[in-house]
Write a protein of this length. Structure first.
Lengths: 409, 246
């Protein structure tokens, strides 16, 4: 079905605006282009989604990486588009879809709070729900309210929902859906799910899962489980996971992506093999030379993400620069730093950096971690060299550092 | 003296905004001074001990907050400890929990009733942002800095003293332009950050209530960094006022 004239115009206007924005050096133009498209055609999202098989991916952590891994898997069967630069609000979705060739599949990450809007407009084939935990304390609704909204989406959608059974908030939301594939992908952070989302009772974690002591709500039986370096199907068949990306969290992302790809007709082993080619995701895991230092960029923007990040760092005493900003996109309140077990950095050379380096420095003092406070992350990377330096940055800190490194060439 | 026990009460229910850091800070500031201290972390399902010297309660979401209040009321341990002379630091939802009644999305809940304050009404809009408080002069504290994030409006009962006057932000939001409360050795505030990270003098006020005169900290670099952080946040407030005229 051809697009309505207004939608074609909207897509053209968006692309032209994005190109102009790029020429003016105002960034990649994704968001402004998408906004212009939505101004021209308010229903651009629904119209542009027509004719594409859409997969939505949402969650507090791992959205961008899981979406890229899913796109790599679906790419074995045909063309796929994704959100440009991880822009996961409606303008970013519009920009991604506007670039799609006819009939291409779309793997789109969606901000947790915008899942309902995206699902209603796009009628996706699959919705992949990764995890929910505290993030951007100052601006996003309480985690539990997000879970309630997700439950509403799950109850109304015809999509297959692929959900992380190990996260009680996700499990509660997804259990309202008609078609669910449960994946035991793990969720080391449990402090946002102590109270049962269903009855308010106490959830106990242990052994292979979790259970509410009040109402008996418990981890659903998974169709796939992440066990070490393998994705194990319910029949016991192991599928090895060999990624270029580090850490348990990325194996969990791959597990969720592989289960999603399978429901769309791509064999699990084919999907996992295709993911090995993904080496960097919007600057994350990117390596760059700075002075005599070899920096590796890692993203950690909340306590749950940090729990996973310790597992990705070079072994001690490998030096670490921690870069913390608190802009709108990071959340204005960095008090979550006190929920991160920074004690684990003791014995390394550590620099506290970023626009909120003082908040971090105070935290490191009380964690007993010797450190230097060096607000500019490039200076900090040089100061901790020569040699390999891991850089753990939150959202805008990583984005800005990646852009500065690119400009340096 | 025996080790000072600092109870961190239900960090799994009242720990959404990093307030567990307050307990950590209190313990470290004792140890740095050569005073034995232990943190007693009380999670949901565990009995709240009544023999600790200091109790720390933080902020949380509606349902976990209601659950925490119900558990504390049922156990009676916190009230018994306060009767014995224990000190309390209650932040945000913690303030509401130690009061008489508070509002949640599911309706009005009973608090523990240690302090004569109620939070039965919501603010017109959620209070989110930097908060600066000029403490009651009798406390001998400098201007305090923190970050507030709450929907409830807290009214202090007659005769209950506020922690201080709001210099910028909302605080209690009950019409008195004040923040928090002080009653005996119990102190409450809407300041997150956590509050003791930015305001080491407030930590030492609480510790002084528990152990008497405090030896020097011996970690001047820590307090220099903390005061630098507070000065930075208070300066950011002034810049914002300059730009937006509020």
């Amino acid at each position: 079905m051809p697009l309505p004239a207004r939608t074609r115009l909207a897509a053209q206007a968006g692309r032209a605006t994005a190109a102009l924005s790029r020429r003016l050096g105002r960034g990649d133009g994704t968001v402004i282009g998408g906004r212009v498209s939505l101004l021209v055609d308010r229903d651009a999202l629904a119209h542009l989604g027509t004719g594409h098989r859409v997969s939505l991916v949402s969650g507090t952590n791992g959205k961008t990486t899981t979406t890229r891994l899913l796109a790599a898997a679906l790419g074995t069967a045909g063309p796929v588009v994704v959100n440009p630069q991880g822009s996961n609000l409606p303008p970013g979705l519009v920009a991604g879809l506007a670039s799609a060739p006819p009939g291409a599949a779309a793997a789109l990450e969606v901000d947790e709070a915008w899942l309902r809007v995206a699902a209603e407009a796009l009628g996706p084939a699959t919705i992949t729900l990764l995890n929910l935990s505290r993030d951007q304390l100052d601006r996003v609704a309480e985690v539990r309210r997000l879970a309630e909204r997700w439950r509403g989406v799950a109850g109304a959608t015809a999509a297959r929902v692929v959900a992380n059974a190990d996260d009680p908030l996700v499990a509660w939301a997804a259990s309202a859906a008609a078609h669910v594939t449960w994946v035991a992908a793990g969720q080391p952070w449990t402090d946002d799910a102590t109270g049962c989302p269903s009855c308010g009772g106490a959830i106990v974690f242990g052994g292979d899962g979790w259970r509410c002591t009040g109402c008996g709500f418990a981890r659903p039986d998974p169709a796939f489980s992440l066990e070490g370096d393998a994705l194990v199907a319910a029949d016991g068949e192991p599928h090895p996971i060999a990624l270029s990306l580090p850490g348990r969290a990325n194996r969990a992302n791959a597990a969720m992506a592989a289960a999603t790809a399978q429901s769309l007709g791509v064999a699990v082993d084919t999907a996992l093999a295709a993911m090995a080619g993904t080496t960097a995701v919007d600057g994350r895991y990117r390596r760059a030379a700075v002075g005599h230092s070899a920096a590796r960029l890692l993203l950690a923007k909340n306590p749950a993400g940090w729990l996973e990040l310790f597992d990705m760092l070079e072994p001690p005493p490998g030096p670490v620069v921690v870069v913390i900003n608190a802009r709108i996109a990071d959340g204005r309140d960095p008090s979550w730093l006190w929920d991160v077990p920074f004690e684990r950095l003791a014995g390394r050379r550590v620099a506290a950096s970023g626009e909120r380096s003082r908040d971090l420095a105070v935290r490191l003092h009380y964690a007993g971690v010797e450190h230097r406070r060096i607000p500019d992350p490039l200076d900090a990377i040089v100061a901790l060299g020569p040699g390999a330096v891991d850089v753990a940055a939150n959202y805008t800190a990583l984005r800005d550092l990646d852009a500065r490194l690119r400009r340096r060439g | 003296m025996a080790d000072v026990a600092v109870a961190l009460v239900y960090p799994d229910l009242l720990g959404t905004y990093g307030d567990a850091g307050n307990a950590r800070i209190l313990v470290e500031r004792l140890r740095w001074r050569g005073i034995g201290a232990e943190m007693v972390t009380v999670r949901l399902g565990q009995a709240v001990p009544s023999g600790c010297e200091l109790y720390v309660l933080g902020g949380g979401e509606d349902r976990p907050q209601a659950l925490a209040a119900a558990e504390l009321r049922a156990s009676g341990a916190l009230a018994a400890a306060v009767d014995r002379g224990a000190a309390v630091l209650a932040v945000c939802a913690g303030v509401q929990v130690v009061g008489t009644r508070f509002l949640t999305a599911d309706g009005i809940c009973d608090g523990v009733g240690l302090v004569d304050l109620e939070t039965e009404h919501a603010l017109p809009t959620r209070a989110v942002g930097e908060l600066a408080v000029d403490p009651d002069p009798s406390l001998g504290l400098p201007r305090l800095s923190g970050y507030e994030n709450h929907a409830g409006a807290t009214r202090l009962g007659p005769g209950l003293r506020a922690l201080g006057a709001v210099a910028s932000g909302v605080g209690n939001g009950g019409g008195g332009h004040d923040d928090g409360f002080v009653q005996g050795k119990a102190l409450g505030t809407y300041l997150h950050g956590p509050v003791l990270a930015r305001n080491p003098e407030l930590a030492d006020l609480l510790l002084g209530w528990v152990v008497g005169e405090l030896p020097p900290l011996g970690r001047e670099e820590v307090d220099a960094e903390a005061r630098g952080l507070r000065a930075e946040r208070l300066a950011a407030l002034r810049r914002r006022r300059y730009h937006f005229g509020t």
